[in-house]
Design a protein around this ligand. Structure first.
Ligand code: AMP
Ligand code: TRP
Length: 334
């Protein structure tokens, strides 16, 4: 049986989309749109697993849609919608809560990181967040999921849940086992201040990340201030192993310039990191500021963005309802 390929991915509307989201996910979303049917979801129900100011949340949902469009997603090709408008996500999440195992969730490193030392005070939603993520994907029977490396473990859990459902309800191949599509060269963009931590929206210092809406001046300043290394640029990547910040800057340069890391090192070895930083800032300004400008422009017409969501929701709901009908039947729900 040849299975139809279907791409699904989600981004949380928690503000400040950054270079990590862009290189780890959004750019991939856009290239996949050319070859497969794609569904891209603004996952507001995931966002509220940690408290969100309601006014900010509403704005951030629209800004995430604006970021999708500004990076090149086409709403007449891909389905773009927000999670809470399609109630099938929560219904399937409940069913999958009953398939997924506590032992599996206990292994999730993102929960441990996000809940921190006071785990008892984390929301129950944060704990079962990966089950909702599995529901997002399986509700559409998606086969491919473009994400950054930080989501790999959640994807593996989604596969385990799909497999257990297929076994429990004796319906081999009912849910496809979704495959992660993780960028090969730069699957994890690191913080500009600490190369051992990923670039993240929630990191306190704005100097740790390049936001898609940053101005040319901000990008220049942030790259200039980014941690690097006091040695000169080496001629091979083995010497970068103990130098996470230098390695991160070189990887970003290689990814955005589309020049292999090997070639970059060949060309730049022996030079100070300030040389790389000047080139990198120029490159990022060219790549990122047009996206930021477009996001701001799109945010001036909120009703246009709402219209995109409305149309996307209608399309998503049709697929979701059809699949849910079969899922309910498999489980024995009337
Ligand atoms: P989030 O903002 O957490 O919803 O993430 C949206 C997408 O961006 C997911 O596919 C993440 O894996 C990806 N992502 C987030 N941060 C990074 C990063 N620092 N490097 C690479 N990918 C990232
Ligand atoms: N958990 C993902 C993140 O934080 C977002 C997400 C929610 C997602 N549902 C998804 C990603 C389904 C891929 C598929 O980045």
């Amino acid at each position: 049986m040849i299975k139809k390929k279907l791409v699904f991915s989600g981004v949380q509307p928690t503000g400040n989309l950054h270079l990590g989201n862009y290189l780890g996910a959004l750019k991939n979303f856009v290239s996949l749109q050319k070859e497969m049917n794609c569904i891209y979801c603004v996952v507001d129900l995931h966002a509220i697993t940690t408290f969100q100011n309601p006014v900010e949340l509403r704005k951030n949902v629209l800004e995430t849609v604006a970021s999708f469009i500004a990076t090149g997603l086409n709403p007449s090709k891909s389905i773009i919608f927000n999670q809470s408008s399609v109630s099938g996500h929560t219904e399937l999440a409940w069913i999958l809560n009953c398939v997924s195992r506590i032992g599996w969730l206990n292994r999730m490193t993102q929960f441990k990181d996000k809940a921190g030392s006071d785990r008892e005070k984390a929301s129950v939603g944060l704990y079962i967040y990966p089950n909702l993520m599995a529901a997002d994907i399986l509700l559409y029977k998606a086969t491919h999921v473009p994400v950054g490396a930080d989501q790999k473990q959640h994807l593996e859990l989604s596969r385990d849940i799909a497999q257990k459902f297929n076994n429990d309800f004796n319906c081999k191949d009912f849910f496809p086992l979704p495959e992660p599509l993780i960028p090969k060269n730069i699957s994890r963009v690191m913080s500009l201040r600490d190369g051992t931590k990923k670039m993240s929206k929630s990191e306190e210092s704005d100097y740790s990340r390049i936001n898609l809406k940053d101005s040319a001046d901000e990008i220049k300043k942030k790259i200039k201030k980014a941690k690097s290394d006091s040695d000169q640029i080496p001629d091979n990547h083995k010497e970068l192993v103990q130098k996470p910040e230098a390695s991160n800057l070189l990887n970003i340069y290689s990814e955005v310039s589309k020049i292999s890391l090997e070639k970059v090192l060949n060309e730049m070895c022996g030079k100070e990191y300030s040389f790389l930083k000047t080139k990198l800032a120029e490159l990022l300004i060219d790549e990122i500021t047009p996206v930021g400008k477009e996001i701001k422009k799109l945010m001036e017409d909120k009703s246009h963005l709402e219209q995109i969501l409305k149309k996307g929701t209608e399309k998503a709901n049709i697929i979701a309802e059809e699949n849910l009908k079969n899922i309910r039947e498999k489980v024995g729900l009337i």
